[in-house]
Ligand binder design. Structure first.
Ligand code: CA
Length: 246
């Protein structure tokens, strides 16, 4: 399965080899068990403003910027774009609720995966559409010594956001590597789309309520049911990649 995925990736992206030096991690739903709180905060904010949405929508929107999520809800409800003021004030309301709910729990298996990635000689970076101010502190508390602040890509860096390749292209640039020298770990369809469009080998981990087919259709090269399984299989995965390279 892994050999086949590598072959397919090389053909699809017109690359001759996959030789990873870094792993670009998405944050919510990959490193932190925070997506239920994001979805809850969005759904409550949306209901309060009489916008049309279901909780599942926010798993489909996951990865895009907060402002573009507000805009999408305005388009579908009122048939018009949200004003800058509407975008900012609704996103602020949502962020306040999220901070109230969020417990900062890590996803099970994620710390094991991160340390196995480091053990295999690869560097870890975070690429997220999230823009919480305390983000790096949370990250270094839960994953001490694993990530560098200067190498993070957050909502403060990106202009367009996922599903556009921009955030992952910035991640590659910050890491100083080419697309075929990275691996992305993502849980959301728009994040997978963004990574695939940036030409990166993309591992989907289905930690949310969406069906696997949505993640495959977004362009995943491999799919794991959870982070524990990916952590368990990481040595096999990296050995298979190294074998295919030589
Ligand atoms: Ca995510």
């Amino acid at each position: 399965m892994i050999e086949k995925a590598i072959k397919h990736y090389l053909q699809k992206q017109n690359q001759t080899k996959l030789s990873p030096k870094v792993v670009l991690f998405d944050m919510d739903g990959v490193l932190f068990d925070s997506m239920t709180y994001h979805a809850k905060a969005w759904q409550e904010t949306s209901e309060k403003h009489h916008l049309i949405s279901t909780p599942k929508d926010f798993y489909l929107f996951e990865g895009r910027t907060g402002e573009s999520t507000v805009n999408e809800l305005f388009l579908r409800t009122f048939g018009r774009e949200a004003t800058e003021e509407e975008k900012q004030s609704m996103y602020k309301e949502k962020a306040t609720l999220f901070n109230r709910y969020n417990e900062g729990k890590v996803i099970e298996g994620a710390p094991e995966l991160v340390s196995r990635v480091i053990d295999s000689g690869l560097k870890c970076l975070v690429v997220t559409g999230s823009g919480q101010h305390s983000l790096f502190n949370k990250l270094s508390e839960a994953y001490p010594g694993c990530f560098e602040r200067e190498l993070m890509v957050t909502a403060y860096d990106v202009k367009i956001g996922k599903p556009h390749p921009e955030p992952y292209l910035m991640g590659l640039a910050k890491a100083g590597v080419n697309a075929n020298e990275a691996i992305v770990v993502e849980n959301a369809p728009m994040g997978i789309e963004s990574s695939a469009a940036a030409g990166i080998f993309t591992i989907a981990v289905n930690t949310g309520p969406l069906s696997d087919s949505i993640l495959w259709d977004a362009g995943a090269d491999l799919l794991f049911p959870d982070m524990q399984t990916l952590a368990r299989d990481w040595p096999l995965l990296i050995n298979t990649i190294k074998k295919a390279e030589s």
